[in-house]
Design a protein around this ligand. Structure first.
Ligand code: HEC
Length: 108
């Protein structure tokens, strides 16, 4: 029951509180890879990830995978969920950027 309440609260908030928000350092890192990236595009990617990717399983932490693993996972998931091209690009931008945040801390 407590789990259900937590789940509902999560959905109501639009995203799990644990999903990190981009900061200015993330934006400059993102721009190295995605020249059009901005704080707004990363926030949109975060929202799209929370909105489109949490209906079947819990959201995976962006830092749980490398950039390459995310791109593969998004390809895989497109068999499960139909994403608009723009949506896909925003989700990829957010996940790839946030995964790089912990590049030194990731487990081997
Ligand atoms: C329609 C249901 C559904 C939706 C929506 C969905 N997934 Fe999944 N996802 C699954 C299933 C089922 C699995 C486990 C089977 C598998 O690995 O293919 C999975 C597994 C995963 C995995 C672990 C497998 C791996 O490659 O490491 C990741 C990461 C993932 N999903 C990310 C996403 C992302 C990102 C989105 C949004 C674009 C998303 N999922 C949306 C059904 C879904």
């Amino acid at each position: 029951m407590r789990f259900l309440v937590a789940c509902a609260a999560c959905l109501l908030a639009g995203a799990c509180a644990s999903l990190p928000h981009p900061n200015p350092a993330d934006v400059s890192r993102a721009q190295a890879r995605f020249p059009t990236a901005s704080m707004e595009s990363l926030e949109s990617g975060r929202s799209a990830y929370a909105a489109r990717c949490a209906s079947c399983h819990a959201l995976h932490s962006p830092q749980s995978r490398s950039a390459e693993q995310w791109l593969k996972a998004i390809d895989e998931m497109e068999k499960e969920v139909r994403l608009a091209p723009n949506e896909r690009a925003l989700i990829a931008q957010f996940l790839v950027t946030m995964s790089d945040r912990s590049i030194d801390k990731r487990m081997p």
